[in-house]
Design a protein around this ligand. Structure first.
Ligand SMILES: [Zn+2]
Length: 69
């Protein structure tokens, strides 16, 4: 009789990451924290690129790349 303790804890989802976001207005690129707790604005034209939601920030620009921590 074999006792199996299978505790396979797969965590494919990283806790947080950084996103390379392109501004829809002026096309400048900016790195934004995925869980930004404050509104992130484009440093060139001032357009809002990310809005805090309490969890993952809402990204309003185009996500070009993701950097996982
Ligand atoms: Zn911009």
């Amino acid at each position: 009789m074999t006792r199996k303790d299978k505790l396979l804890r797969l965590n494919p989802q990283p806790r947080s990451n950084f996103l390379l976001v392109q501004c829809p207005e002026c096309s400048s690129k900016q790195i934004i924290f995925s869980h930004a707790s404050i509104e992130v604005k484009c440093f060139v034209c001032g357009k809002t690129l990310a809005k805090p939601t309490g969890g993952k920030a809402k990204i309003l620009g185009k996500i070009l790349k993701k950097y996982y921590e």
